[in-house]
Design a binder for this molecule. Structure first.
Ligand code: SAM
Length: 292
């Protein structure tokens, strides 16, 4: 039975180990059992699942995961938390704790070793300061994944699921929606954590597509186009792509492709859907190759 996930159990263990919160590691521990149950239910954790937890903290969610999953791998950067995790997880034999920076872990290799390369689920109350690199790292390094269910800052969850024409729409929305189907499953108030974060939070589930919903002939070129388009968000596409270092495209070439595809020459990146970005990048790629 989980012993954490409530204020009393959490404060007791923090006192026992005289633990000092490290702000630089984004440490906000969950103390609400309803939210924890909601996360486990939304991730649909079952006994045949191998789960990667990023940042187990004192092991609150890890206890819940260990009860429901076949195997749990938890990667925690703060070495002061390791003896605490040994204590709080001592009654589970299906948990491996790794004291490492998640951004330095070869997750693909880890999945190969621990789950024979079969897809895993990622479940985490993420350290907010590295949300984007963690998610993009999981997708771009092609880690075998079923789904990612994570607590993130509310604004970031909103950015992941919106489409064109909203102020939150940007490179993160497009990247996430290229790889996965996003769905916010809960909004979470700061009072559900110790210490309380100064932002609202949300739990979002990202279901990995087997095949992306659009066809990009060159994935890295598509993402280079998307990044350049949103780097200078208020500029027209012709100007932002035509000026972008490293893309090797002229403003004239962008104008020609926009015309071929039937876009207004002064269209901005924020107006294009993922499918339209894929069409644009496929046509531009041909043009660039043609001129090489
Ligand atoms: N899972 C716990 C919970 O829900 O109570 C703690 C979540 S707390 C928001 C984020 C956790 O991620 C902290 O334990 C922090 O030390 C850890 N962390 C921060 N940066 C990390 C990194 N680069 N690699 C692995 N863990 C990290």
């Amino acid at each position: 039975m989980p012993t954490l996930g409530n204020p009393t159990g959490t404060i007791e263990i923090l006192k026992k180990y005289n633990f000092n919160f490290q702000k630089r590691f984004g440490q906000n521990f969950l103390i609400d059992s309803h939210i924890l149950e909601k996360i486990i239910a939304s991730a649909e954790i079952a006994k045949d699942d191998c789960v990667l937890e990023i940042g187990p903290g004192i092991g609150t969610m890890t206890q819940y995961l260990a009860e429901s999953a076949g195997e749990v791998i938890a990667v925690e950067i703060d070495k002061a938390l390791i003896p605490i995790l040994e204590d709080t997880l001592s009654s589970y034999n299906n948990v491996t704790v790794i004291n490492e920076d998640i951004l330095k872990v070869d997750i693909k290799k880890l999945v190969e070793e621990k789950n024979q390369g079969r897809p895993i689920k990622v479940v985490a109350n993420l350290p907010y300061y590295i949300t984007t690199p963690i998610i993009m790292g999981l997708f771009e390094s092609h880690v075998p994944l079923k789904s990612i269910t994570i607590m993130v800052q509310k604004e970031v969850a909103d950015r992941m699921q919106v489409g064109p024409g909203t102020k939150d729409y940007g490179a993160l929305s497009l990247a996430v929606q290229y790889y996965a189907r996003p769905e916010v499953v809960a909004y979470v108030s700061p009072s559900c954590f110790i210490p309380q974060p100064n932002v609202g939070s949300a739990v979002i589930r990202l279901d990995r597509y087997e095949k992306p919903p659009v066809e990009a002939e060159d994935e890295s070129f598509l993402f280079a186009i998307i990044r350049a388009a949103f780097n200078q968000r208020r500029k027209t596409l012709a100007n932002s792509l035509g000026n972008a270092a490293g893309l090797n495209i002229t403003r004239q070439q962008v104008m020609e492709v926009l015309e071929e595809l039937g876009f207004n020459p002064s269209v901005r990146g924020e107006a294009l859907t993922l499918e339209e970005f894929a069409d644009l990048s496929n046509c531009l790629r041909k043009k660039v190759r043609y001129h090489l």
